[in-house]
Design a protein around this ligand. Structure first.
Ligand code: GDP
Length: 608
């Protein structure tokens, strides 16, 4: 009898798995969610689908109804009490959120547009899911766009396909094959769900249409089957508290609130809670636990229903004091009677501290700002694999003070005076300030877009620097004049290049003893503006080439016959600055011989 009571209690205590939906933009994530939320009027209200905070709850009754068309033999088992689907589609960072080491998301739907196949964000999502070891299915959406598709609303896919023309079936087969291949190229084996014999080894493709509802029953059935198969039994029972902050929001009349997903355990009004904050741990008491008012109750003034107690899994808004600096993505812990609050504070802060430990210790690098702990972590991992150093990190919207911090790079490492902002808003004043001082802000909702933009920017900076420093890039040469064609303004001389190479733009000088002071003196002639070989202009003349006619222009030129004589050897005019410029920006273009020549010229010009 006691055993029976226990069993009954545990059935009651089963918790619902949490499902995330992700994929490339415009694949139909929002539409799919809308479609599964829709209640079927003819079949009566699909019982109890509830809109929660940041999530929608589908009780098993609703799922049973929605999957009836593909469960005609009644063999499908419904063991979990329902499914909690996180509402913000495409929010990669949620997949990356963790609560107590396990992923917040128990199962995921990766949506792919069957007409487009794999897209960049699909691959990013794939990698996230793989890293987190999250089980997932792939919805091949928009099948109604196959040419000549005849829809049968809300039908099972296999039946719908069987009723299509041969040409439609062939196009489907063709696209399926292409996508399968593309997944394979990304290291993932996948198979059409009803041909998949091993769900542990192969990911299932389930063709869907968010417009006609076809395939959605299959998708739901597959989700339930896969969770029941893959989720560890213990995960399905209410146990230790697992709770994650999704968003921090200011609500009129409530102040700053946090939207949380309670993935396991129970929360009660008045509970003492602890979470990670930007300025240190936050400990406070739950003032109110709120979920949205059901649609039909819209006449009621308050937007929210208050709860004394809520049980996993669900999305709920928490009102409490001191939430202003709460961090999205943080774990939320409840201080139990045997807990030491300080220990819990240390525990929640460790997630952020672990990220801070990834910041470059030299203090040189880009600034990184993201919406949540999870997205920040994903972005840092990405930057690390791309060898981009990071100097500071932060979470939440970008304000002027963040730009000021990034601006400290302007002086020494301009290429790092950059902020990579992932999925965050940039305050107007912050943007204006960034434009003013020259801090570059990159914002994107896709990590690899940030990376691409930054890489392109860095390349452009290098090129620009090279261009800017070109005037200071003086390649060494020694010239023997053989004729003077024009004595001044401009000087035109015939020369042999006896060492190094002479280029357009090279500054030229002679070094002579001053007849009055007796000291060695550098006489600057100006810069080379043209080099002609047999009356043909050339950009460069190397040692050993025939004599060339060189035009040299510049202010206050010396005069041949006065300060200069034809026999005076001419040199490229080098200095400490020109040597450093070559070292920094043109190292690859300077030969060993050139470096040796520079050493010799240093003596000529008396450079230390
Ligand atoms: P999300 O960016 O992934 O959330 O994509 P949306 O749900 O906003 O859909 C993007 C566009 O694709 C919208 O114009 C939808 O109407 C359209 N769309 C979504 N699903 C389907 C589908 O199954 N069939 C067709 N024909 N269009 C779809």
């Amino acid at each position: 009898q006691i055993d029976e009571a226990k069993a009954a209690a545990s059935v009651d205590n089963l918790r619902s798995p949490i499902c995330c939906i992700l994929g490339h933009v415009d694949t139909g994530k929002t539409k799919l969610l809308d479609k599964i939320r829709q209640t079927n009027v003819q079949e009566g209200e699909a019982g109890g689908i509830t809109q929660q905070i940041g999530a929608t709850y589908f009780p098993m009754d609703a799922i049973r109804q929605k999957t009836a068309v593909v469960n005609k033999d009644g063999k499908m088992e419904y063991k979990v009490p329902g499914l909690l689907v996180i509402d913000t589609p495409g929010h990669e960072s949620f997949t990356n959120l963790r609560s107590r080491g396990s992923s917040l998301c128990n199962i995921a739907i990766l949506v792919v547009d069957i007409m487009h196949g794999l897209e960049p964000q699909t691959i990013e999502s794939l990698n996230l899911l793989r890293d987190r070891k999250t089980p997932f299915i792939v919805a091949l959406n928009k099948i109604d766009r196959l040419y000549d598709w005849k829809p049968i609303p809300n039908n099972g896919f296999q039946d719908s396909l069987a009723k299509q023309k041969k040409s439609v079936q062939n196009e489907f087969k063709d696209r399926l094959e292409k996508t399968t291949l593309a997944f394979q190229e990304n290291g993932l084996n996948a198979a059409l769900f009803y041909e998949n014999k091993n769900m542990g080894k192969y990911v299932s493709f389930v063709p869907t249409s968010a417009h006609t509802g076809e395939g959605i029953p299959d998708m739901l059935k597959l989700l339930v089957t896969l969770t029941q198969q893959r989720m560890a039994e213990k995960l399905m029972y209410l146990s230790e508290l697992e709770c994650t902050v999704l968003e921090v929001k200011v609500i009129e009349g409530l102040g700053t609130t946090i939207d949380v997903i309670l993935s396991n355990g129970v929360l009660r009004e008045g509970d003492r809670i602890v979470m990670c904050g930007l300025n240190g741990p936050i400990s406070t008491n739950i003032r109110a636990l709120l979920t949205p008012q059901p649609l039909k109750e819209l006449r009621i003034k308050s937007h929210y229903v208050h709860h004394k107690e809520v049980k996993a899994a669900l999305g709920v808004k928490i009102a409490a004091n001191d939430l202003e600096h709460a961090i999205a993505g943080s774990r939320l812990l409840v201080v139990g009677p045997d807990d030491n609050e300080e220990d819990l504070e240390m525990e929640v802060m460790s997630d952020l501290e672990q990220l801070f430990s990834k910041v470059s210790t030299s203090g040189t690098g880009v600034a990184v700002q993201a919406s949540t702990l999870g997205s920040l972590e994903a972005l840092l991992a990405f930057l690390k694999s791309s060898s981009i150093p990071v100097s500071t990190i932060s979470i939440g919207p970008v304000y002027k003070r963040d730009v000021m911090r990034a601006g400290t790079m302007l002086e020494k490492h301009k290429e790092f005076a950059v902020m990579l902002c992932f999925d965050v808003k940039v305050d107007k004043e912050a943007q204006a300030y960034a434009d003013e001082v020259g801090v570059k802000l990159f914002t994107a909702e896709i990590i690899y877009h940030l990376f691409d933009a930054f890489t392109a920017y860095k390349k452009e900076m290098t090129e620009k620097k090279k261009r800017e420093s070109a005037a200071n890039a003086v390649f060494p040469c020694i010239l023997n004049p053989v004729a003077v064609f024009n004595k001044k303004d401009p000087i035109v001389v015939g020369v042999d290049v006896v060492e190094g190479s002479l280029r357009i733009g090279t500054p030229i000088a002679a070094v002579k003893k001053n007849p009055i002071t007796g000291e060695m003196e550098t006489i600057s002639l100006g810069r080379v503006t043209s080099i002609e070989l047999n009356h043909k202009a050339i950009p460069i003349c190397k040692k050993g080439q025939p004599s060339v006619a060189v035009k040299i222009e510049g202010p206050n030129q010396p005069l041949y016959g006065r300060q200069l004589e034809e026999k005076d050897t001419l040199y490229s005019l080098i200095s400490r600055v020109t040597i450093d410029t070559l070292k920094i920006h043109f190292r690859e273009e300077v030969s060993k011989e050139d470096w040796q020549l520079i050493v010799n010229l240093k003596k000529v010009f008396n450079i230390a």
